[in-house]
Design a protein around this ligand. Structure first.
Ligand code: HEC
Length: 129
C-alpha cells in the first residue's frame, strides 16, 4: 500500500516535470523563430534578392511592400522601370532623392526590377482572389 502510493507520487511528479519541459521547449522554439522567418524570403534571382533588401531599407518605410503609407502605392499601376529609376534619383515632395553616393546605378536598377516584381506579384494575387 505504502509502495503503491509512493509510485503514484513519483509518476505524478515525473509527468508534471515532463509537461513543464515540453512547455519550455515549445516557448523556447517559437519565440526566436518569428524573427528570422520574416527575413527569409526566397527570391527567384540574386538581383531581386538584392533589390528586395535595398527596397526594404530605403523605400519600405514610406512604401511598405510597395503599398501606400507616407508615399503612394507604387505597385497598383503600370510604372515603367525608367520612371521608377528617375523617381529614385530625383525624389518628389516628401520623397528624398537618392544620389550616386547612396545608391549606384546598378542598385537603382535592382530596386526598379524589384518594384516591377512586386507589382507582378500583386497582380497575380489579385487575379487569384
Ligand atoms: C520619406 C518617404 C519616402 C521614401 C523613403 C521613398 N518614397 Fe517614394 N514617394 C514618397 C512620396 C511622398 C511620393 C509622392 C511624391 C509626390 O509626387 O509628391 C513618392 C513617390 C514615389 C514614386 C512615384 C509614384 C507615382 O505614383 O508616380 C515612386 C516610383 C517611388 N516613390 C519609389 C520609391 C522608391 C523606389 C524608393 C526607395 C529608393 C522610395 N520611393 C522612397 C515617399 C517616399
Amino acid at each position: 500500500m505504502e509502495n503503491k502510493q509512493g509510485a503514484m507520487n513519483r509518476l505524478a511528479i515525473t509527468t508534471g516535470c515532463l509537461i513543464l519541459i515540453v512547455a519550455y521547449l515549445f516557448t523556447g522554439c517559437t519565440v526566436p523563430r518569428t524573427r528570422p522567418l520574416a527575413e527569409v524570403v526566397e527570391m527567384p534571382t540574386e538581383d531581386l534578392q538584392a533589390g528586395r533588401i535595398m527596397f526594404n531599407n530605403k523605400c519600405g518605410s514610406c512604401h511598405p511592400g510597395g503599398r501606400s503609407a507616407v508615399g503612394p502605392s507604387i505597385i497598383n499601376k503600370p510604372l515603367p522601370k525608367f520612371l521608377v529609376r528617375w523617381q529614385i534619383r530625383h525624389g518628389a515632395g516628401v520623397m528624398p532623392a537618392f544620389d550616386e553616393a547612396v545608391l549606384t546605378d546598378e542598385e537603382v536598377a535592382q530596386i526598379a526590377d524589384y518594384v516591377a516584381y512586386l507589382r507582378k506579384q500583386a497582380k497575380r494575387s489579385e487575379s487569384e482572389s
